[in-house]
Design a protein around this ligand. Structure first.
Ligand code: NAD
Length: 248
């Protein structure tokens, strides 16, 4: 079940963390994985090599999701090389935290440019080929805080709520073309993004996570792989929460 043989999958921000796990999970299911990176070419190459070492197929695409011209050009090149894109995991994202009164305009703009505009630009570019093929899977990476909010994360949480609205709209717009759009909303996952948490913060957090642990990038990747499968063909416009029960 959940095989992805013959599918071409683009994962943004695929060189580390959750993105890397998504690349590896999709590769293991048989997809040809295009690993997007912005600065970490060597790390992205390592991901591609790890997929190849397990008998999978991978390719690289370096571009900044916040640069919509680069997004269009690079996604166009991916389509020229592989003939199509069936799957997009719009995973690339940044977190800039801070209390509301200290939130800077430039931080808000950067958050918006990458987390929202970037994700939508990738979906717009990749969906052209999906519509033609009458098959596609788009997965946006949100966050538990996009649904429940979090003190000190007004800017970040707003961007993560925004992609839920985007996914639901695309789900409605493309349903007749057999292209689904869904959201994965991780809770607290052990990656570079959360590496700065203090032990006290982690302890506090565990009190509100019924499963009593932080999540792994593999936990999130498994949910993404499912949403990209043939078997998830009747699932669209949904938010799949991978958060240990922190928000239900
Ligand atoms: P991470 O910082 O390890 O990875 C983020 C990836 O996005 C990196 O590969 C980075 O290079 C890439 N990226 C950033 N800006 C980019 C740009 N302009 N163009 C292309 N790529 C860019 O963090 P992560 O924890 O793996 O996060 C992945 C996604 O999951 C993010 O969207 C994040 O908001 C979301 N998320 C993470 C957590 C968590 O607890 N770690 C929880 C909820 C949601």
């Amino acid at each position: 079940m959940f095989r992805l043989d013959g599918r071409i999958a683009l994962v943004t921000g695929g060189s580390r963390g959750i993105g890397r796990s998504c690349c590896e999970a999709l590769g293991a299911q048989g997809a040809t994985v295009v690993v997007n990176y912005v600065k970490g070419e060597a790390a992205a190459r390592e991901v591609a090599d790890a997929i190849a070492a397990k008998g999978g197929k991978a390719d690289l695409a370096g571009f900044d999701v916040a640069d919509s011209k680069a997004v269009d050009a690079s996604i166009g090149e991916v389509v020229s090389r592989h003939g199509k894109i069936d799957i997009l995991i719009a995973n690339a994202g940044i977190a800039i935290d801070g209390l509301l009164l200290r939130l800077k305009d430039e931080d808000l703009e950067r958050l918006w440019a990458i987390n929202v505009r970037g994700a939508i630009a990738c979906a717009r570019a990749a969906s052209r080929t999906m519509m033609r093929a009458r098959w596609g899977r788009i997965v946006f990476m949100s966050s538990v805080v996009g649904e429940m909010g979090n003190a000190g994360q007004t800017g970040y949480a707003a961007t993560k709520a925004a992609v839920i609205g985007a996914a639901k709209s695309i789900a409605r717009e493309y349903a007749s073309r057999n292209v689904t759009a869904n959201v994965v909303a991780p809770g607290y996952i052990d990656t570079d993004m959360t590496a700065g948490m203090t032990d006290a913060q982690k302890e506090q957090l565990m009190k509100v996570v019924p499963l009593g642990r932080t999540g792994t990038a593999r936990d999130v990747a498994a949910a993404c792989a499912y949403l990209c499968s043939e078997e998830a063909g009747y699932v669209t416009g949904q938010v799949l929460r991978v958060n240990g029960g922190m928000y239900m």
